[in-house]
Design a protein around this ligand. Structure first.
Ligand code: SAM
Length: 226
């Protein structure tokens, strides 16, 4: 197993369990949830699905209801407990719950699909390649990684500045309260390309349904020529 210097694991997500979904919904007008659920709808019955940083797990619950073999990895005990509860009440399969830092978790069998909902934004751009490498290691060679996160920064100065402001306000809160990294909006398509991953599908989501398309979902595969 390869080791690397990693940031400290986040704290205090336990204390957000009752309000996280509401905050995300108020901030994005439902776009955050829409992207996460779009990814969950792409998963299939009887496949091995990993959900990384599951949070309260409404997307994981949909995967269980669809009959997938779901593995949840969550560093917050309370988030994980809420996620398990949602999965069990959705019917279908029972999830495997792993209360740990994803960076420490190894699987004996690879995953068909890995859901990565608003998890990459926790890390700074210097640590992203290591996280992406670990996601690849957990994935089957013909598997998929389904990412929901912020769209890359816009090109024009005015829209880029507005997006950075919109992204920066919650970032400041999470930086101070949970210890997420402080960084600008990630250019995930570029980081994925650098990591030897290919985007095969891309879906954008408008803030409040009518605003800018600042949230997106990406389906990614491991490049076959690497
Ligand atoms: C920004 S929240 C996203 C929650 C949920 N996936 C969503 O889309 O609403 C990040 C989640 O990842 C968890 N987390 C943070 N660092 C982690 C790590 N190193 N390993 C596993 N989970 C982690 C947090 O506890 C939190 O629930």
């Amino acid at each position: 197993m390869e080791t690397y210097s990693a940031s400290a694991v986040t704290r205090n997500y336990d204390r957000l369990v009752g309000v996280y979904d509401l905050l995300a919904s108020l901030w994005s007008g439902g776009a955050i949830r829409a992207a996460r659920m779009w990814c969950a709808r792409q998963t299939r019955s009887r496949t091995r699905v990993l959900v990384v940083g599951a949070g309260t797990g409404d997307d994981a619950a949909l995967c269980c209801a669809n009959g997938a073999e779901v593995h949840l990895v969550e560093a917050s005990q309370k988030m994980l407990a809420e996620s398990v509860l949602r999965c069990k009440s959705a019917g279908g399969t029972d999830p495997v719950a792993i209360d740990d830092d994803f960076r420490n978790v190894q699987f004996t069998q690879p995953m068909d699909d890995i859901l990565v909902p608003f998890f990459l934004n926790i890390f700074c751009s210097a640590e992203l390649p290591q996280i992406l490498r670990h996601l690849k290691e957990c994935n089957a060679s013909d598997g998929r990684i389904l990412i929901s996160d912020f769209s890359p920064p816009a090109h024009f100065f005015a829209s880029k500045s507005l997006m950075e402001l919109w992204h920066g306000i919650p970032m400041a809160f999470f930086f101070l309260f949970t210890g997420n990294a402080w960084h600008g909006v990630h250019d995930l398509p570029h980081a994925l390309e650098e990591a030897g991953l290919t985007i095969v599908q891309r879906q954008k989501f408008r803030i409040f349904g009518i605003g800018p398309r600042w949230i997106e979902a990406l389906i990614v595969e491991i490049k076959s020529d690497l």
